[in-house]
Design a protein around this ligand. Structure first.
Ligand code: PLP
Length: 380
């Protein structure tokens, strides 16, 4: 099966991990801060707080903002459930915005319509790796005195004008799951220019305890105090050693993802019943995903045919407001986000990752065009 996404691990990555395994610090050690510095410098942010998943990063952002029971946070519905779940962890209410049908990014007009006296923040999700319309989102946030957050889990390495994702919103979350732009196995990070928010997130990832084990060792003390309720969201040095190495390769990987996407655009642009997503001008897309829309109610059939022929296509995402949990807990229902719901019937993610060879991409293109034309070839 040609996977839709896959990690790239080389011998240097493995050697870096082995070095840490032989060292004194497997967690809360020097590799954590080194990885944080590498990501902060890369995106152009002053602070970075590493945690053990993208979900933990989102939760830490919500906690740092003190999102609570009376608060609403606007999130796009076409995202992974974790974006909205992070609001629910804090007792808040996620409010689902629709997406632009051409880009599938959060629609600023939809956001504006959903603002109430309880709204505290807007989460921009850079779906597939394409930066959102931050110009409009910032204007809306400023006008209504809301905090603009970014779920950049798809978009490490993408840029909006001259700013890298991670330096645009007040806080940005990243994920280092294996299919993401760089991986630590599992892992996440928040970047911000706000020192106070960064401190709150460091405490939050460590049970609400103000000092971590290494700081106590350096200070020669055993005493610690828990001043707020936190979690164990710490990431290990083993993972961070891998992340540091991966960051060095990220620019080349983003170039390769863009090359693959350009080639899909070239070969698939004129295929009947297929619509490519629009790319906004002046930005650097990260192409975590390459998503097309299959018209005529044939997406599921095309999905099935491609899977049977060794092409690992996928669907990103079930609109979050349609999940039974959200329907039951928050009364969301079909019809509230018509563009996302229409897109959900049509979207298909094609393989895109730095290790995808040109021959594999040719196979994907050939299998997809054959499936759309109704000419299926069975796998050998
Ligand atoms: C948009 C988005 N947000 C959040 C997450 C959660 O990240 P993680 O799997 O690292 O917890 C993901 C992961 O798939 C994602 O795609």
């Amino acid at each position: 099966m040609i996977p839709y996404g896959r990690q790239q691990i080389d011998d240097d990555d493995i050697a870096a991990v082995v070095d840490v395994l032989k060292s004194d610090w497997l967690t809360t050690g020097p590799k954590v801060s080194e990885f944080e510095r590498a990501v902060a410098e890369f995106v152009g942010a002053e602070h970075a707080v590493a945690v053990n998943s993208g979900t933990a990063a989102l939760h830490a952002m919500m906690a740092a903002l003190n999102i609570g029971r009376d608060d609403e946070v606007i999130v796009p519905t076409l995202t992974f459930a974790a974006t909205a779940n992070s609001v629910v962890y804090q007792g808040g209410t996620p409010v689902f915005a629709d997406v632009d049908p051409e880009t599938l990014l959060i629609c600023p007009d939809s956001v504006e319509r959903l603002i109430t006296s309880r709204t505290r923040a807007i989460v921009a999700v850079d779906y597939a790796g394409q930066p959102c319309d931050y110009t409009r989102l910032k204007q809306i946030a400023d006008r209504h005195q809301l905090t603009l957050l970014s779920d950049g889990c798809h978009a490490l390495g993408a840029s909006w004008h001259d700013c890298r994702v991670g330096s645009i919103a007040r806080m940005t979350s990243f994920s280092f799951h294996p299919v993401k732009p760089v991986t630590t196995g599992e892992g996440g990070m928040v970047t911000t220019n706000d020192a106070e928010l960064a401190t709150r997130m460091r405490v939050f990832r460590n049970h609400g305890i103000v000092t971590d084990a290494r700081q106590r060792e350096e200070q020669g003390t055993w005493f610690y105090q828990m001043q707020s309720l936190g979690f164990n969201y710490r990431i290990s040095d083993v993972q961070c050693a891998l992340g540091i190495r991966q960051m060095q390769k990220l620019p080349g990987w983003i170039d390769r993802r863009n090359q693959i996407a350009d080639r899909y655009d070239r070969y698939l642009g004129a295929v009947a019943d297929l619509t490519l997503l629009k790319r906004n001008c002046g930005h650097r897309h990260g192409f975590h995903l390459y998503v097309v829309r299959v018209a005529g109610g044939r997406r599921n059939q095309v999905f099935q045919t491609l899977r049977e022929n060794g092409v690992g296509v996928n669907v990103h995402y079930v609109p979050v407001h349609l999940h039974p949990f959200y329907q039951e807990r928050f009364g969301t229902r079909a019809g509230i986000c018509p563009e996302a719901e229409a897109a959900f019937d049509e979207i298909l993610s094609l393989p895109v990752h730095p290790g995808l060879t040109t021959e594999q991409q040719d196979t994907v293109i050939q299998q997809l065009t054959q499936a759309l034309a109704g000419r299926h070839s069975r796998a050998a």
